[in-house]
Design a protein around this ligand. Structure first.
Ligand code: OGA
Ligand code: MN
Length: 210
């Protein structure tokens, strides 16, 4: 089956830049086509059922450990070389976003990394910042949700914490993209009462995985 590829609209890129400039986080709805979103979700589930996901880990190197009290999602890293058509569309979306943010913020942004994430019922991710303390390689976090039937009451909101301890909650709706400064934005995932799927990535300034 061939999927119509609509990655991200120019107006969405403009909106993301201006939201990021104003408050260091941004969201837009309706990225990709419904066909591509549905295909990504289906592909995540095929891999999930095949046991290709691993419990997510926190930290890096010898500090890397599974801390169940902090997060309980499972992830599967994606490789561009083995990408399906829908995954390729998402890699292209990340390229478009990276290029725009590179020019707009005048920063070096070398590449993106991506994984699927599945939060089984009851899973969450406690408040955290994405950039590893010792390294500044993750510059922007980018998450697109793949949940066509998400309803109010299903939980799983992304909670963005502000410095004045107020917060904003975003439901993980199909085709909603969230982008924020990896070094700045404290955020968490509230317990998901239904299985919650996303494709999560980081736009990085380094060339290679260390
Ligand atoms: C993460 C994360 C948020 C979300 O993977 O680091 O914070 O809404 N995800 O899935
Ligand atoms: Mn995070």
């Amino acid at each position: 089956m061939s999927i119509c590829i609509v990655n991200i609209a120019p107006g969405d890129l403009l909106s993301i830049e201006s939201q990021l400039e104003r408050r260091s986080w941004a969201f837009v709805d309706g990225v990709l086509s419904k066909g591509a979103l549905d295909a990504l979700r289906a592909e995540a589930f095929v891999d999930f059922r095949a046991g290709a996901f691993a419990p997510a880990r926190i930290g890096k190197g010898i500090e890397k450990q599974r801390i169940q009290e902090l997060r309980s999602d499972c992830v599967r890293w994606l490789d561009r070389s083995g990408a399906t058509q829908a995954q390729l569309a998402y890699w292209q979306l990340m390229d478009q976003l990276r290029e725009r943010l590179r020019v707009f913020f005048r920063v070096h942004l070398e590449r993106a990394e991506l994984h699927f994430a599945v939060y089984p019922k009851g899973s969450f991710y406690a408040p955290h910042v994405d950039q590893f303390r010792a390294q500044g390689d993750r510059i922007f976090s980018v998450i697109t949700y793949l949940n066509p039937d998400w309803k109010p009451g299903d939980g799983g909101e992304l909670r963005i914490h502000h410095l004045d301890s107020s917060f904003e909650d975003l439901s993980p709706l199909h085709g909603r993209l969230v982008c924020f400064r990896s070094d700045e934005i404290l955020h968490e995932v509230l317990p998901a009462l239904e299985q919650r799927v996303s494709v999560t990535g980081w736009i990085r300034r380094d060339a290679f995985i260390l």
